[in-house]
Design a protein around this ligand. Structure first.
Ligand code: PXL
Length: 279
């Protein structure tokens, strides 16, 4: 059985990070080990939340795993709680990353703003982890902060702006950079990437559901990692992850309790994900 490790926080309530990665990647038939980076009472979109940093646990866990000679088919990092955790992840990539997919979702902001608790210095640190990754999936906000480029909102940027961000992201060292949530006309939304080895840009767009939902990045990343580890091509993995994300949004819209800042109903989209994965 394929096996990955996902390194992100546990937000005990609110659908994001490990409470998304675990069910999604596991449902795709891939064993999902975890290293929790922090325990929060809720995700940070709530007006208040508790936060227990778990940085001190990361090194002992990694040391034990080295003794056990563990091997993973992918290393998948998401929300990291501090600059020190980023540096520990660089060590983790060095120790466990040989011949393994290193997938970084630099989850730290959206809509032109960093999430509560993050600074531009943290974003620069995150760029150093992206530098040693095979695939990175920032949104435009995260890319702009990592690169110190101006942030342009949906509807303000053009293809040249996106391609410039992608060139600079791969210049950091990332092999493949994929910007998520890209929309040029507000009607279509999707992923736009650059493969630094072939030098080729690629993209995948869907009809946009005209609502912004929190937590879609984690849904996209988890499905993309699951698809890649299942052996799908990069193009097919991105298409599947984007379609699954859209389906999760559609399911949320149909839910009278669905709130845009909370998270999406990815659970109800899992049957579609698995149907497509089998094809
Ligand atoms: O979805 C990314 C994410 C992960 N973890 C925590 C968050 C967020 C987004 O707000 O607050 C704790």
């Amino acid at each position: 059985m394929k096996k990955i490790v996902s390194v992100q926080d546990v937000s005990c309530y609110g659908k994001c990070s490990l409470t998304v990665a675990l069910p999604v990647v596991s449902a795709m038939g891939v064993e999902t080990a975890i290293i929790p980076t922090a325990v929060l009472s809720t995700h940070t979109q709530f007006s208040r939340f508790t936060f227990r940093d778990l940085t001190d646990e990361i090194e002992p866990i990694a040391t034990h795993w080295k003794e056990e000679k563990l091997h993973f088919d992918a290393l998948y990092t998401g929300y990291l709680g501090s600059s020190r955790q980023i540096s520990l992840m660089r060590d983790f990539f060095r120790d466990f990353g040989e011949g393994t997919l290193k997938f970084v979702d630099p989850a730290m902001g959206d809509g032109g703003k960093l999430y509560v608790g993050f600074t531009p210095a943290f974003a620069h640190e995150m760029a150093t982890l992206c530098a040693v990754a095979d695939v990175i999936v920032p949104n435009v906000t995260e890319a702009a902060f990592m690169l110190d480029e101006p942030y342009l909102d949906d509807g303000e940027y053009d293809e040249a702006y996106i391609q410039n961000l992608l060139r600079k992201l791969t210049a950091l060292g990332a092999k493949i950079a994929i910007l998520t949530g890209v929309t040029f006309d507000g009607k279509k939304i999707g992923a736009y990437g650059l493969d630094s080895e072939s030098g080729e840009f690629f993209s995948y767009f869907n009809d946009r559901v005209p609502v912004k939902f929190h937590g879609t990045g984690d849904v996209f990343s988890s499905a993309c990692v699951g698809a890649l580890v299942n052996g799908l091509s990069l193009a097919d993995s991105i298409a599947l992850a984007a379609d699954f994300t859209r389906e999760s949004i559609v399911k949320t819209l149909a839910d009278p309790d669905g709130a845009s800042w909370y998270g999406v109903n990815f659970e109800e989209a899992i049957p579609m994900l698995l149907d497509r994965l089998k094809k």
